[in-house]
Structure formats: C-alpha cells, structure tokens
Design a protein around this ligand. Sequence first.
Ligand code: SF4
Length: 370
Amino acid sequence: MSGAAERTVDPRMADADLRAWLTEMDAVALERLYAAADAARSATVGPEVHLRGLIEVSNTCARACSYCGISVHNKAVQRYRMGREEILDCARRAKDLGYGTVVMQAGEDPLLSGEFIAGIIRAIKRDIGGLAVTLSLGERSEDDLRLWRAAGADRYLLRFESSNPRLYARIHPAAHGHPPVDPGAAEVPRVGMLRRLQELGFQAGTGVMVGIPGQTWDDLVSDLRTFQRLDIEMIGVGPYIPHPATPLAHDFDGAAEHGQQVPNTVLTALKMVALARLLVPDANIPATTAVATLDKNNGREDALKAGANVVMPNLTPIKYRALYEIYPDKACVNETAEQCHSCLAARIHSVGRCIGTGFGEAPKSHRRSA
Ligand code: SF4
C-alpha cells in the first residue's frame, strides 16, 4: 500500500486506499485529502452552499431503531404531530428567508397519512411556490410514494445507516409490519428502496452513521461504494451519538477487541465527507447537525471545507424542537428560525462561501432528466 504522500485522491481509488485514508491520523496528510475534496466540490457544485429548511413534522414513530431516542420503545418521550397550518407556516418562513427547499422530516408515523402529506405538498407548490419539497418520512408504501411524487415532491431522504446487513439488521429490528432483516442478505433493504425512489423520479438522498458499535473500517469502505453504486443525489454522514434511553447505548459488539471499531468522532465523519465527495463528485453533501452537535464551534465549517455544500437550518417551532431528540444535546435546539439563519449565514461566509439560490439540485439530476 502507498504512503500518505503518494496515496491517490483520484475518484477511482482502490478499496485499500479508501481504508488507508479512513485510518489516516496525520494532520498534514489529511489536509491533502480535504483540499482534494474541496477542489472536487468547487469544480462540480461550485461555491454556493444551499440552505434546506428543516421541518420536523412529527416525533411519533412506530419503528424500533436501536440507536434512536424517539423510537416506539422510549415511553418517556412526549409525542407531537404538527398540524397542516403549522407546517405551511414553516414553509412560508422558508420562502421569506430565501430558502429554495423545505424538508419535511418525521418518524415513521402511521397517522401522517398519504393524503395529508400530499395535500401539504400541493399547497406548498401551488400557494407558496418557489420551493423544492424534500420528504424524509421513513419506509412508506409504494402507493404513498407515488401519490407524493404526483403531488409534486422532488426529493426523498432515506438513510441506510450501514450497508453491512449484519449491522443493519441489529440496529433495525422488526417492528410495525417490517419483517426482520436477513443478516446474511447480499445488500440491505434500503438500498433497493433507494433505487425504487430514483425510478419513481425522486432525487434520492441517503446517509450513514459512523462509529456504530460493531462497525469496522471495511464497513465504511462498503458504505462509500454503495453511495457510488447508487450514484446517489445526496449523501449525509454524521457520527453516531449514543442516546442513553436506547438499547444501542448499552450494546457492545466486540469489534473494538479486534482493533476494528470505528470511532464515533467528527474526524471520522470528516474523512467520510471528503471521500464521498471524491467518489460521487456531483452529489449534494450536507454539513450534518450531528457533526455540529459534537463540535459546536467548528463542526459545520470543517465539513464545508472537507467537501460539503448544504446546511439544514431548523424551522421547527421551538416548542417542538427539543422533543425531536434522536440523540441528546442536539445543536440548534433553542434558536429561532431567524437566529439559525443568521448563525449559519455567518458560518458560510466565514469559510469564503456564499449562500445558494434556487432549488440547489445536484447536477446529476439534470443529467438524468436531460
Ligand atoms: S430512526 Fe427514524 S424510523 Fe427509526 S425509530 Fe427513529 S424516527 Fe423512527
């Protein structure tokens, strides 16, 4: 294997090079990786950082993901579900703040019916206008997905979290009509679902956590290869942050005993952001809230310098914010939408970048529809 000075940053780099970059700890060598990713970002998606206004529409969830603080098992959570007018008010706020996209995110909430969400998408498109609509509502039926696409939804986010079927099965136990996942399967179920979303005409986004107990460096190489194989439009990477009220916070898989455990750090996430940018150069890549949570001072800026080009200011009404606690001590829980906006604008300008206009679609979306 080559040393850090000669190691390639070419998009066609071999698995051994990906693994070597992931385990690299030399700061000077890593600057070379981040600079290459930043150059790829500049050449493909340019200097603009796109703002996606996040609306956390419901923290009710029927699933039992073992890492998640709002899973069905956490009886201590006070549940909420926003009403239609509350959601539309947030979308209007997004428009007023100049955002090109709203993201409606929720747990897998059976009471967010297909028609309820479709009605909101139509109202955003017809009555507000000028906004791309992204949905992040979990694994929904084909009927719902078709309905939402027909209503005008542009994008769908579905993180697979890990491409290792054994790890995926452990953190996504059977619940609410979803059968157990075969840990020996060739690929995780959400990869097939992402292909289906692309076939339905959505721009599809996905992502992973780094540092899940039991996750190895080879798992992260496989995650990167999965992004590349899907030629995915959006890639989110954040460190796993344990929530004390979840089973995974008290789980241990033994990978650490063999020196293979990936650390759940900002550093690992930044390396993944940079490598994702090099392998899928024209994807949209957010500086995630999880990175900002572990490094509130510089996390977003460092991600922007390592290849990211999107941030997601939170538009959720303050009274609901703290209740959407997938992991603890989340960044930006107490700031109003306006405070979030000015803070993020200042951070974007501080790294010499500008705020994007328009929908901020990944260039590959235009290639596909051409
Ligand atoms: S990760 Fe999503 S689907 Fe899983 S329990 Fe949490 S909110 Fe529900």
